[in-house]
Design a protein around this ligand. Structure first.
Ligand SMILES: C[S@@+](CC[C@H](N)C(=O)[O-])C[C@H]1O[C@@H](n2cnc3c(N)ncnc32)[C@H](O)[C@@H]1O
Length: 329
């Protein structure tokens, strides 16, 4: 078996190979890879085994608050902030002083009403009792289905809810970050300009565009907007789950989201944590980018499926160029 294959850990065989010290106090992992370890269990308990300030980046998507509960036990909007607080406190404790915590969260509707619930606003206010909001990002999913059906497709009094939030939180005002690590390809107009030169002039807005504008910096600075259709129906993970009858995780986020933040906020060798790992997209991305990772997930079936992601990685380790984040030019 290749070294890059995930190794299912036998009971009582603590072979965490990911990174030496921070993970030493964790119980036996569910599986390990060259750079990471996935653990099954409640992440409140598992995080408590991580030392203070041992993690460089948390990228995660907790279960959203939903009126109708999904199969992995989503919490009602009214209980959400209270439920999340112990996770918030543990994430804060394990994060390094210059580390970042990135949380992707969806919104919810009020029961029986064409109005939005405010739980995500309450959550961000509560998180910011402890963290700085370094920046908020928005993920537009153009292929999102129209729902709730009653308001959107039956009565036609609301439109598709296609935007989800991604909050970048930090412990200091100056967390480790470098946007040169996530530059986008220049637009054709900018490429022309770089080729043919630019005459400095005043914009209609009154901004003075200096001659520095014509300098090639290797790419454009991306905006805080992702436009990504989450429509993968035949990727490797899905195919392997189907072939083997393993449950497919019903709420996976696109790999471009962790990819962006892992590059932007860490360098090689950093430790990335996902405390709500699901199918472990975060671990796969971290491994492919040469970062150590640790993943916690409550449900064994999702972790079992997530092992397939690492079979594939041996063929495409260490991607050279950034993923396309789909933001407009
Ligand atoms: C939105 S999903 C994450 C999906 C993941 N980002 C992916 O792309 O596959 C949230 C996950 O958190 C897990 N979860 C919920 N409560 C948890 C807890 N206390 N500890 C660990 N995992 C938990 C759920 O089982 C679910 O798989």
């Amino acid at each position: 078996m290749s070294k890059k294959h995930p190794q299912r850990t036998e009971d009582n065989q603590a072979n965490v190979t990911a990174s030496d010290k921070p993970l030493d106090h964790l119980p036996t992992p569910f599986y390990t890879t060259e750079l990471g370890a996935a653990h099954q269990g409640d992440s409140r308990r598992l995080m408590s085994a991580l030392p203070d300030e041992s993690v460089d980046l948390i990228v995660t998507s907790p279960p959203f608050a939903l009126q109708r509960k999904k199969q992995y036990g989503n919490v009602a909007p009214e209980e959400y902030v209270e439920w999340f607080r112990p996770f918030r406190d543990e994430m804060l404790r394990v994060l390094s002083p210059t580390g970042s915590c990135v949380i992707h969260i969806g919104t919810s509707w009020n029961k029986g009403s064409p109005t939005k619930n405010l739980y995500h606003y309450r959550l961000i206010l509560d998180l910011c009792e402890r963290f700085w909001l370094a920046q908020e990002f928005f993920w537009v999913n153009p292929s999102r289905l129209p729902s709730p059906a009653e308001w959107v497709t039956v009565r036609r009094i609301r439109v598709k809810d296609a935007v989800e939030y991604v909050w970048w939180l930090s412990k200091t005002e100056y967390p480790e970050a470098d946007n040169r690590r996530v530059l986008k390809p220049y637009s054709n107009a900018m490429k022309d300009l770089l080729k043919n030169g630019y005459t400095p002039k005043l914009r209609p807005s009154g901004h003075d565009i200096s001659d520095k504008f014509g300098k090639d910096h290797g790419g454009a600075i991306p905006p805080n907007l992702f436009t990504i259709s989450n429509t993968d129906s035949n990727g490797y993970y899905l195919r392997r789950c189907r072939e083997t009858g393993v449950a497919v995780h019903p709420a996976r986020y696109p790999s471009q989201i962790p990819d962006f933040f892992v590059r932007f906020l860490t360098t090689e060798g950093a430790l990335v944590l996902d405390p709500f790992a699901g199918s472990n997209v975060t671990g796969e991305v971290a491994e492919s980018l040469g970062r150590h990772w640790v993943a916690f997930e409550l449900h064994e079936e999702y972790l079992a499926g997530s092992m397939f992601r690492f079979e594939r990685l041996q063929h495409k380790l260490f991607r050279e160029s950034p993923a396309e984040y789909g933001a407009p030019q």
